[in-house]
Structures are given as structure tokens and as C-alpha cells.
Design a binder for this molecule. Structure first.
Ligand code: XIL
Length: 355
């Protein structure tokens, strides 16, 4: 009797050590047919706590920087996949899906490209080759791509951002609205017809002039058969009172067009002290935001993924981005302990059924 009891105690301790939190986010998400993901950096995969938490909690990942131009395409004739090729097999090994990020953006581009003084014809060729090479390399391994990122300008309502791709000098379609974006989607589709193709942007989460523009573009693409499958809402939040009904209405109108919505880069930045610690009250408020955004997403069958921009406060981009005045934005603290936001997200995932 006693021996049996002790066997039980030892077994439960062993199990508890193997899975400190049970059920995990991914176990809850899997049951509901939902993707729960995070951005990752390859150099951190060698840290045991990082890798274990990642594999245990998420069924989706996305390279935070490793698939950006400056990393993948360091010289005109050189593609370097080494960084991303550490991440993609990790996902396969742990039965996780991969989102690719990002093929066309105005930031984190190599100098040879931005200072190369290429003509529109040359730039179009360079971009087409980049898109097809990268998507081709990950064909069958990356299930969804952020094809174009942040093409609209939040400072000038209804305007496309002025970038090398759009009009400086542009890829032959300068100032012809979304037609350069259309080219990119067609190239990506040619390289992997099975991949889901997303347009991704910031500050277009709620109903506002920017999301109106994106909506109009996606509706036009759908009507004309341009291969677009989804819209990514980044969801970097620093205002602690986001307009949830408006975000829900926005998700509603996009999914009504027949495209999927992914929450792609969620974090909720909090004011922090010099040691990077947030107030307990703010951590509760943050948990409510994660809860409400997740619930808004999952109340639409077409909102199929919730992804955070990193998972441990140890490595979030918010610190350096805000000169250390903000932080504590993610689901786990710097020691990989789940925060109130984690419990809030998990409880929403637990209750949801997408299939
Ligand atoms: C950020 C990364 O998190 C940082 O590591 C990098 O230094 C700068 O870019 N919108 C995006 C992401 O689409 O690619 C950005 O990622 C954050 C804002």
C-alpha cells in the first residue's frame, strides 16, 4: 500500500517536472483547431528553457528577423538561409506550423539594395527573384507567408507608404496603387501554390482609415482573383484600453470577404521600472487585453491564429524599441514563469472550438 503510494508520488513529481503547466496553450488550441504561435530567434533555440517552453506551448512559430531581406539576401547574388534553416526544422521536429515573415517590407533591407540606385525594371527583377527564391526554398515547409508588410502609411490617410518598392523608384508601377502588391502576391503564388498568402500591417486592428484602405484592397483582390488568403493584424498594443468591439467589427468584415485573419505580432507593452518590472495592477489589465483580443478573434471562425511577438519578457523587442521605458509585454516573465496573461489566453483557448 505504502509502496504503491510512494510510486504514485514519485510519478506525479516526475510528470509535473516534465510538463510544468498542464494543459499547455497548444494542447488547448489543438483541441479547438486553432493555431497559437510566437515569433522566435534562432540563437535562443540553444537555451534549454527557451526551446522547451516553445515546443511545449505553441503549435505555430515565425522567425522574428531570420527571414528578412538583410539576413536572407546579404549580397545581390547571395542567398543565406542558415539562420532560418535552424528554425524551420525545429518546427518540423515539434510538429509546429511555420509562418514566413516577410517578403516585401521597407525596413531591414540590405544596403546593396537600398543604396544600389537600381532602375524600376532592375528592381522588379530583383524583387521577383527574391520572392520566388525564398518561397521556393521553403515550399511545403512554410504554410503561410506575410507577402507584403506595412505598405500603407499611417501618417497620410489612404496613401501608400513611399518605399523603394512603391515609388522610390518602385517596381515599374510607381503610384499605381496596389498593383505592385498584386505582382508580389502573384509571384509568391507561382513559387508555392499551396502556401497561404497574407497582407500584414500595423495599426489596422480596429475600424480606422488605414484598415478601410486595406479592406478596399483585399476586396478588390478577391473580386479579381488575385491570390490573397489572409490579413495579418500585428496587434502591438501599448494603449491599455484598446477598442475591442471595433477590433471585432474589423475582423468581422475581413473574414466576410472569405479571407482568414491571423493575429500576427501581439504584445502588450507596460510601463516598467529600471529593473524591467511592471505594476501588478498593469499585469492584470494586460491579462484582460490578451483575454479580450483572443476572444474577439475566436468568435470568428475565420480568425484562425493568435501569435505573440516572442513569448518571454527576457527577449521581447519592446525593451530596446521603447528605450527601456516599456516592457513586460509577453506571456512569460524573464524566468519563463507564466504570467496572468498566459492564464487568460489559455482559458479562452480552452473554451473555443473552431472545428
Ligand atoms: C522587429 C523585431 O522584433 C526586432 O528584433 C527587429 O530589430 C526590428 O523588427 N513589425 C514587424 C516586425 O512586422 O517585423 C518587427 O519586428 C516589429 C514591427
Amino acid at each position: 500500500m505504502l509502496a504503491g503510494y510512494w510510486k504514485y508520488v514519485v510519478l506525479s513529481i516526475a510528470l509535473a517536472a516534465a510538463s510544468p503547466i498542464s494543459p499547455s496553450l497548444r494542447a488547448s488550441a489543438d483541441r479547438g483547431g486553432i493555431l497559437v504561435g510566437t515569433a522566435v530567434r534562432p540563437e535562443q533555440l540553444s537555451e534549454p528553457a527557451y526551446a522547451a517552453t516553445l515546443a511545449h506551448e505553441f503549435n505555430l512559430l515565425e522567425p522574428e528577423d531570420a527571414m528578412k531581406w538583410e539576413v536572407l539576401h546579404p549580397a545581390p547574388e547571395t542567398f543565406d538561409f542558415t539562420q532560418a534553416d535552424r528554425i524551420v526544422p525545429f518546427a518540423a521536429q515539434h510538429n509546429m506550423k511555420v509562418r514566413g515573415h516577410t517578403l516585401v517590407w521597407h525596413q531591414q533591407n540590405p544596403k546593396w539594395l537600398t543604396e544600389g540606385r537600381y532602375t524600376p525594371d532592375q528592381l522588379a527583377q530583383i524583387l521577383e527573384k527574391h520572392v520566388k527564391t525564398v518561397v521556393g526554398h521553403y515550399r511545403g515547409k512554410v504554410f503561410a507567408w506575410d507577402v507584403v508588410n506595412e505598405a500603407f502609411d499611417e501618417r497620410v490617410v489612404g496613401k501608400f507608404r513611399r518605399t523603394i518598392w512603391y515609388d522610390q523608384p518602385g517596381i515599374r508601377r510607381a503610384r499605381k496603387g496596389s498593383s505592385y502588391i498584386e505582382d508580389c502576391f502573384r509571384w509568391a503564388h507561382e513559387a508555392d501554390p499551396a502556401a497561404l498568402l497574407f497582407y500584414n500591417d500595423a495599426e489596422a486592428e480596429a475600424m480606422n482609415p488605414k484598415s478601410d484602405e486595406i479592406y478596399a484592397m483585399v476586396r478588390d483582390f478577391r473580386r479579381r482573383g488575385v491570390p490573397i488568403d489572409g490579413v495579418g493584424l500585428q496587434m502591438h498594443i501599448s494603449n491599455l484600453h484598446p477598442d475591442i468591439p471595433s477590433i471585432s467589427e474589423n475582423i468581422d468584415r475581413f473574414t466576410a470577404l472569405g479571407v482568414q485573419v491571423h493575429i500576427t505580432e501581439m504584445d502588450v507593452a507596460l510601463p516598467v521600472d529600471a529593473d524591467g518590472n511592471a505594476e501588478a495592477e498593469d499585469l492584470q489589465l494586460q491579462a484582460e487585453i490578451y483575454r479580450n483580443i483572443a476572444a474577439a478573434c475566436l468568435s470568428h471562425p475565420g480568425c484562425t491564429a493568435i501569435q505573440t511577438w516572442g513569448f518571454t519578457d527576457k527577449y521581447s523587442w519592446i525593451g530596446s524599441h521603447s528605450k527601456r521605458t516599456q516592457g513586460a509585454a509577453l506571456l512569460f516573465d524573464r524566468n519563463y514563469r507564466p504570467k496572468p496573461a498566459y492564464d487568460a489566453l489559455r482559458s479562452v483557448l480552452e473554451r473555443s472550438r473552431h472545428r
